[in-house]
Design a protein around this ligand. Structure first.
Ligand code: COA
Length: 251
């Protein structure tokens, strides 16, 4: 990984906030193994540092993320790799003890959408697009999205998103309950950082208890992630998935 594909920052203007920024715009912020590893490390850093009281995920101009790197998917499909690299990151995401917010401007595909199901509040620009083409790629939902999405948005919308691969506009995502607020593209970053700073400024112990009460203990989320992972890993190695990845790489 180029050293700057994931930027981890502690902005002076937002004390107590750790920013994790996807920064690979030339590949639409597609996430590689190394990028997952760096984000996992950053979440552990947030968990272990009492000075960090909120985490903010951001992308770049008009792109949050095009999801998992397709070349990495193809490597798995061809028999390379062990446990998919997203797995440890997703576990760290689901168990992170600090409030998490995210700011989306533009594309949010695959894990670029499901990451927000774990965030406590998400800001999206009005040009954002949320889509999870898992089944189109012969894959299955991940990040415990098969559990969390139906709870948040009901069966029909969860099925449309996760199985039918329908795109959700920012407004549809807000109506579905996976986005807190829709703003103009130039306001995403400032609003997301202000939100994170606001959460970071609150009494941390009370925040932790409130958050745990609202989210539950998360055992069901971790169990579903593991269940999804069994299917996801098997499908990654299927002939139908390999054909889909090769078709993308050939474009
Ligand atoms: N993995 C690896 N590279 C990716 C990528 C991904 N998930 N998504 C985009 N890229 C790369 C493209 O290959 C291209 O690289 P190149 O310039 O070296 O050819 C670059 O990013 C720009 O993408 P491009 O497809 O030209 O932009 P676009 O605006 O026409 O389309 C997308 C953007 C996101 C709609 C399209 O790239 C896409 O469908 N990507 C795959 C998304 C996906 O299915 N992710 C997995 C979900 S589980």
């Amino acid at each position: 990984m180029s050293d700057n594909h994931i930027l981890v920052e502690r902005p002076d203007a937002q004390p107590g906030v750790l920013v994790i920024r996807l920064n690979r715009p030339e590949k639409k912020n597609a996430i590689t193994t190394a990028m997952y590893a760096r984000m996992t490390e950053a979440l552990h850093e947030a968990d272990n540092d009492a000075e960090i009281r909120a985490v903010a995920f951001l992308g770049t101009d008009n792109c949050f993320s095009a999801g998992n790197d397709m070349a990495d998917f193809l490597t798995y499909a061809m028999g390379g790799g062990g446990r998919p690299s997203a797995a440890d990151f997703l576990q760290a995401l689901a168990t992170c003890d600090k409030p998490m917010v995210s700011g989306v401007d533009g594309l949010a595909i695959g894990i670029g959408t499901t990451i927000h199901l774990h965030c406590d509040m998400t800001i999206a620009s009005d040009r954002s697009l949320f889509r999870t083409p898992f089944v189109d790629l012969a894959l299955v939902p991940e990040a415990a999205s098969s559990l969390i999405a139906p709870r948040v948005m009901g069966h029909q919308r969860a099925f449309a998103l996760l199985a039918a691969g329908e795109s959700f506009s920012a407004e549809q995502a807000r109506e579905a309950g996976i986005v807190w607020k829709v703003v103009s593209p130039d306001a995403v970053e400032a609003e997301t950082l202000a939100l994170a700073a606001n959460l970071a400024a609150k009494p941390p112990h009370a925040m932790k208890i409130a958050r745990n009460l609202i989210r539950g203990n998360g055992d069901d989320v971790l169990a579903r992630m593991e269940e999804e992972l069994v299917h996801f890993t098997a499908q990654l190695r299927s002939a139908e998935a390999r054909a889909a990845f090769e078709a993308f790489m050939r474009r």
